[in-house]
Design a protein around this ligand. Sequence first.
Ligand SMILES: CC(C)(COP(=O)(O)OP(=O)(O)OC[C@H]1O[C@@H](n2cnc3c(N)ncnc32)[C@H](O)[C@@H]1OP(=O)(O)O)[C@@H](O)C(=O)NCCC(=O)NCCS
Length: 329
Amino acid sequence: MRRARISSVGGYVPPGVLTNDDLSKMVETNDKWIVERTGIRERHIADAHTATSDMAILAAQEALERRGIAANEIDAIILCTVTPDMQFPATACLVQERLGATKAWGFDLSAACSGFLYGLTTAAHLVAAGTHRYVLVVGADTMSRILDYQDRATCILFGDGAGAFLVEPANEGEDIGFIGHLNQIDGSGAESLCMPAGGSRLPSSADTVANRLHYVKQEGNQVFKFAVRKMQEVCEEVLVRNGFSGSDVKLLIPHQANRRIIMATAERLGLPLEQVIINLDKYGNTTAATIPLATRDAVCSGKLEKGDLVLFAAVGAGYTAGAVLWRWG
Ligand SMILES: CC(C)(COP(=O)(O)OP(=O)(O)OC[C@H]1O[C@@H](n2cnc3c(N)ncnc32)[C@H](O)[C@@H]1OP(=O)(O)O)[C@@H](O)C(=O)NCCC(=O)NCCS
């Protein structure tokens, strides 16, 4: 078995910014409520011509440039999203073609806010199997296309963006790379966070549009309680299973849904704020893109050094959940 390492990171957010004050002109809300309850101050929103694949490509290109490899060297593309350009073909196909990843295969992965961690786990195993050298994992979501800007409890939470990791084999003998994962699904939460229409259960019709069923529906309080409990649980469990405790973790890079969920997890693990990446104040919840965007921020601000123990964690619609441990480098 070869050990997989994260060799590069890229990201992209569209230039348009939607602040809390902007939202307060659209729905009955205010900056103070949003900041206190979520930690979010602003989010980036794609213009009408930008779709998920467009942002995914820009994030992927940045990761490839940083690593200095060409797109035609990629063996596989895992595109994590709940807002594909179309129901089919997979957005991975659109990205493959426009990137020029001529020898890659790939697929879309739908696990909402945990999508990127599922993709990262899959990439680590494709590389470990020895069958793939370069696997590109992209998390990209254009949440603004499925948000109801009349529903103040959901439209304030999300933003648009994309992030990418390149995963490849570590050098033999080097103690860096993938350590372990703990990913879960719990479908009992399926109705607590979903987009009801547009699939085979409730195909698009004039009625589904009139009833606003093509938008994110969320029981915020239910999801919040589940997320706080589950995020702590998967983090503690993945550490114990791999012989570590909270004090071994150098950096927690969590999914960026709500500052209170992140702080509760950090507290449980005994991690001070300096060892936690929080950037949701700038981007909101970009669904599959939060973890690579937060990692990119950590790299750019010099918070990650070779050999650091990094804990990635997420909880999302499904319910889905995951925690993945890596030694950085
Ligand atoms: C959405 C969320 C911020 C709401 O915070 P909360 O503290 O749970 O608030 P509640 O839903 O209990 O609502 C409290 C009150 O605020 C109101 N409210 C909701 N959204 C509001 C907004 N944007 N501005 C002002 N008031 C708002 C509610 O209507 C409610 O009013 P009421 O008491 O008169 O009925 C919170 O539930 C949350 O973050 N949930 C998880 C979301 C998430 O992470 N989703 C992605 C999963 S990865």
